[in-house]
Design a binder for this molecule. Structure first.
Ligand SMILES: Cc1ncc(C[n+]2csc(CCOP(=O)(O)OP(=O)(O)O)c2C)c(N)n1
Ligand code: SF4
Length: 274
């Protein structure tokens, strides 16, 4: 596949540290778009702020690098105005579930047709390692020097509970699976989210003595359990594991279609009463 076709070479070198999972996620997104044969001009990618969100600077789609925590609001407006476009949102665990948490649950609740690729590295990477809502209990962040004392969000579980049509999880190790999961998410009519466990060796890894990026990726491989197997395991057996694959895929009313139907109903009512 010709990756160059999709890249803004003038913006390289990129900012990502060696061993960061962000590049793996980026390449999987490009392969998914390429496999689906979607024209670059028909794709709009929206991101917030963070290392993950820097992705929009490197790809030759229509892109908006927005403000911290707000990519879903921009993406919602964009999709409402241009429902013909394939709208992708790239965000981080901090961007999407801390400052942007409210937008995440409501975008999922509305089930608006867009695909979110959320790079979960368990920390605020760009700003040097503050604890995020997905920093595991007891793990170190610069704002939690003796270990995080807050419970963590299960991002996929949160988005499933909020009402998304499609939710999947993957690790940076399972790059080929990630292509498939993103492709299915894009094909799904409705709100889809793919949570990518993407190692941050520089902030989270260093603070928690996790070793190199390569080691962190191999550790993810060992911790990963496919959903079909996970369904037969107990909660105890699943502790410390990463369940990967399609977690939810359901056909439920999509927001723009519901809005269009409501407008048509209102027009009919008005015309009928005229
Ligand atoms: C309103 C606002 N608050 C805080 C910041 C500082 N800031 C920039 S990136 C970031 C955290 C990013 O974390 P995450 O979304 O997990 O992305 P990562 O860098 O880990 O990929 C913060 C707090 C900001 N840019 N804007
Ligand atoms: S700080 Fe972490 S998340 Fe940011 S580029 Fe480096 S490894 Fe990746």
């Amino acid at each position: 596949m010709d990756y160059q076709k999709y890249l803004r070479n003038e913006n390289f070198p990129h900012i990502w540290c060696s061993g960061c999972g962000a590049g793996i996620a980026l390449k999987a997104i490009l392969r998914a778009i390429d496999d689906l044969g979607i024209e670059q001009d028909d794709v709009a990618m929206v991101s917030g702020i963070g290392c993950s969100s820097r992705t929009t600077g490197y790809v030759d789609f229509n892109t908006i690098h927005t403000t911290h925590g707000r990519p879903l609001t921009f993406a919602t407006g964009l999709k409402m105005a241009r429902p013909d476009m394939t709208v992708l949102v790239v965000t981080g665990d901090g961007d999407a579930t801390a400052i942007g948490g409210n937008h995440l649950i409501h975008a999922a609740r509305r089930n608006i047709d867009m695909t979110v690729i959320l790079y979960n590295n368990n920390i605020y990477g760009m700003t040097g390692g503050q604890a995020s809502p997905t920093t595991p209990l007891g793990d170190i962040g610069t704002t939690a020097p003796f270990g995080a004392v807050e419970n963590t969000f299960d991002i996929s579980g949160l988005v499933i509970a909020a009402g998304a049509a499609y939710v999947a999880r993957c690790t940076a190790f399972h790059a080929k699976l990630l292509d498939d999961l993103i492709r299915k998410g894009i094909e799904k009519k409705g709100f889809s989210l793919i949570e990518v466990m993407a190692p941050c060796p520089t902030a989270y890894g260093k603070l928690n003595k996790k070793g190199s990026g390569a080691k962190m990726i191999l550790d993810q491989k060992d911790a990963a359990v496919r959903i079909a197997k996970a369904e037969k395991m107990t909660a105890e057996e699943l502790e410390e594991k990463i369940v990967i694959g399609v977690l939810v895929d359901r056909d439920i009313p999509e927001y723009i279609q519901s809005c269009d139907a409501a407008v048509a109903q209102a027009m009919n009512a008005r015309n009928g009463s005229a």
